[in-house]
Design a protein around this ligand. Structure first.
Ligand SMILES: *Cc1c(COP(=O)(O)O)cnc(C)c1O
Length: 486
């Protein structure tokens, strides 16, 4: 173990300092205008460290982290594709980044145009009438979309429609968002191949149905072939169809949710449209709706007048405001840059390439890993752990062993349909060489599980922390070095 492999956070020694030239003199001048009774009397309690201490601390910490920039990250349902650096450069342009949200619209025409154009681009991609870019994340988009759904029924005097149908394979945020929106969740069963059981759906469709939430391809990466029939049944019963488009990746340029009969959807810009999202944000969850729902979209909205000028409007039928101002603008810039840099033709290749990569891994590994659903998948697929269960090596053990080989683990124990779920999504940005290395290592781990199961169960052997108590880590995180001291 190298000396810096120890987790030492207390580096402060009285009197140690680092030096930095001021970026500008503005801050110093402005300080003079702050009334003296509002000025801090004592120095803040900050660590006293030398520049070298800081540089080594953060450089070493960063090397203990794992990201898309470090290696392959096949985390299913999360679309950990590579995020081109040009997006970051553009999003950091001070002309946009330094705008103030209360600035008059006349002085922010470029930003409003970008918002407007991105909204239109997403509408085209989705086959829907209009989008709002205001929601901050996927789950927030779901909540917004469900509020649109609720608002639509209320506006028609159909108050009793509160039931939202959610498949048992759904992402956990779907039922959670419906509950937060004050709606009731009713589960519909999946068939063994992961698609919705239409016979199970029919009896649920009465005059209390607000709508159904679906994702297509479903969480098993399988395309819902009966979608047109499902759409017909739900619409006939007076309900709306909500599409969870967090991972729009497999559909890009191939199929549009609007054409499948969906009325409302959200897209995660921080998955499909290449914004880094490993650390939990910032994200963006635009919501698109069909023409009959446009008036209910949240305020504020960006509009264009006949002279080509952009302005902000608050509609009176709107469900109200769900974010401060227009949402996470930096994320929109990255998505816009991504869409324009790929262009229409290349965007059409994203889905097929992601699908090809997923099928390549699936077919290459199904001799060692249990594939519960045969057939072509879309951008991701699920194994039910190792084929040979006699060794007692679990999906968790395999996931941990992958870390020793420098790969991020797949999503594990989701979806809940199988005991040993292992959900793999390679994305389109990985080369064949990377996929082959991953396949080789997965075979190797399967072999190790047979020959030395105990070693695999003890993995990882190379990381600084190997088996944290995950519940405590999530529920009682230690977020500051001071807490560690105390
Ligand atoms: C990621 C994801 C969500 C939630 O998105 P957040 O931005 O994390 O809130 C919802 N549904 C599916 C299918 C997802 O993969």
């Amino acid at each position: 173990m190298k000396y810096y492999d120890k987790l030492i956070f207390e580096l402060s020694r009285p009197g140690r300092k680092g030096y930095h030239l001021p970026a500008d003199c503005y801050g110093v001048e402005a300080l003079k205008e702050i009334p003296s009774d509002l000025l801090r009397k004592e120095d803040p309690e900050l660590p006293e460290v030398s520049e070298l201490d800081v540089v080594r601390h953060y450089t070493n910490l960063s090397s203990k982290n794992f990201g898309v920039d470090t290696g392959f990250y096949p985390l299913g349902s999360c679309t950990m594709k590579y995020n081109p650096k040009i997006n970051e450069e553009l999003a950091a342009m001070p002309e946009f980044a330094a705008l103030h949200p209360l600035q008059p619209a006349e002085s922010a025409q470029g930003a409003l145009e970008l918002y407007y154009n991105l909204q239109k681009a997403l509408s085209n991609i989705a086959g829907l009438a209009e989008f709002t870019l205001n929601p901050y994340a996927g789950a927030h988009g779901e909540l917004t979309g469900l509020m649109v759904m609720r608002q639509y029924h209320i506006a028609r005097g159909d108050e009793k429609r509160r039931k939202v149908i959610v498949p048992d394979s759904a992402h956990g945020t779907n039922p959670a968002s419906a509950m937060v929106a004050g709606l009731e969740v009713v589960e519909v069963k999946s068939k063994p191949n992961g698609s919705i059981d239409v016979e199970d759906l029919k009896p649920l469709l009465d005059d209390t149905v607000a709508g159904i939430m679906m994702t297509n391809p479903n969480t098993l990466g399988m395309f819902e072939t009966e979608i047109m029939e499902i759409a017909r049944l739900v619409h006939e019963a007076g309900g709306l169809l909500y599409y969870d488009g967090a991972n729009l990746n497999p559909m890009l340029g191939k199929v549009r949710p609007g054409d499948m009969g969906f009325d409302i959807m959200h897209i995660n810009l921080h998955k499909t449209f290449s914004t880094p999202h490993g650390g939990g944000g910032p994200g963006s969850g635009p919501v698109g709706v069909a023409a009959h729902l446009v008036d209910f979209l949240p305020n504020p909205r960006v509009k264009k007048d006949e002279n080509g000028k952009f302005y902000i409007e608050n509609g009176d039928k709107s469900l109200g405001s769900i974010s401060s101002f227009l949402g996470n603008f930096g994320v929109m810039m990255k998505a816009y840059a991504y869409i324009l840099s790929l262009g229409k033709e290349n965007l059409k290749n994203v889905g097929p390439m992601a699908t090809l990569n997923a099928n390549y891994i699936k077919e290459s590994l199904k001799d060692d890993y249990l594939l519960p659903i045969e057939g072509a998948c879309k951008h991701e697929f699920v194994f039910d752990g190792l084929k040979d269960k006699s060794t007692g090596v679990t999906t968790l053990n395999v996931a941990k062993r992958l870390l020793d080989y420098g790969f991020h683990a797949p999503t594990i124990y989701f979806p809940l349909l199988f005991h040993e779920s292992m959900m793999i999504e390679p994305t389109e940005t990985e080369s064949k060489e990377t996929l082959d290395e991953f396949i080789e290592v997965m075979h190797k781990v399967a072999k190790e599980a047979k020959e030395d199961p105990e070693m695999v169960k003890q993995a990882p052997h190379t990381t600084l922390i190997s088996h944290p108590d995950e519940t405590t880590a999530a529920k009682k995180p230690v977020l500051s070095y001071r807490q560690m001291k105390g």
